[in-house]
Write a protein that binds this ligand. Sequence first.
Ligand code: FES
Length: 289
Amino acid sequence: MSEALAPACAAQRTVTILANEPVAKDTYKITLDDPMLASQITPGQFVMVRAGLGNDPLLGRPFALFDVVRDSTGTPVAVELVYLVLGRGTAELSRKRAGEPLPIWGPLGNGFSGPPVDGGDVGFVAGGIGFTPFLALGKWWRGTASYGAQGQHTGSLVSLARLYYGARSANLFAGLNDFAHAGLDVRTATDDGSLGHHGFVTDLLKADLQAGWRPSKLVGCGPAPMLKVLAGIAHQYQIPCDLSLENHMACGFGACFSCVTPIREPDGTTDLKRVCVEGPVFDSRCVVF
Ligand code: FES
């Protein structure tokens, strides 16, 4: 696809790295100097980053917004992304330093819908690197920050925001202080028992629901098996639930079809949707696992 045919947000540009620091094992937070992106992006949207592997403009990695950096007047000036080092591209990215240029395109994707209209409790469920969207989403729904064209809110839009955060091991957790500072009630789980509940993060949600807690909305981001369990829980308790999918992406703007996933339509049929354009956030009732 030529740049002229691509949507404006898909136009690749080069920004300057302000910081690129480890925040957990194999996990880095990169800060990008991009006031335009910072003023437009909303929670749940993502940015494609090209770490320098060849010249193919379609070859990038999708990273969800972690948070927006604001100056002393409150004006958005930079964007924070958090990523896990998984292969050659992200390993190369982790070696980049402040002051270096970085090709990116975005904001991309649909982002999260608004908080529940009844202002009730919400439950966020994160697995692994799937924790990244929940700081900005938590700040938005708790009324402490606004993003993109959202108006400034006064007071929290939800009663309680609880984050269930699971990882393989304690040394993979990132942002726990950020989440606590943002007012989220954080519950942790690990596969090896090194922090919090020893077992699946969805076990914690199930226990709270069995004890009578009834959030007005659930939101999940993480590996597909975790999202499938969460969708089942949401169905069982009849709680609206949004899922942010982590499908592999190459272009991020609808051109390559590397990210398609089956989605159930209102008439019961199933269609293949591009996660980068029609998602990454879908109603859990529509996702076919
Ligand atoms: Fe290319 Fe979605 S990543 S169409």
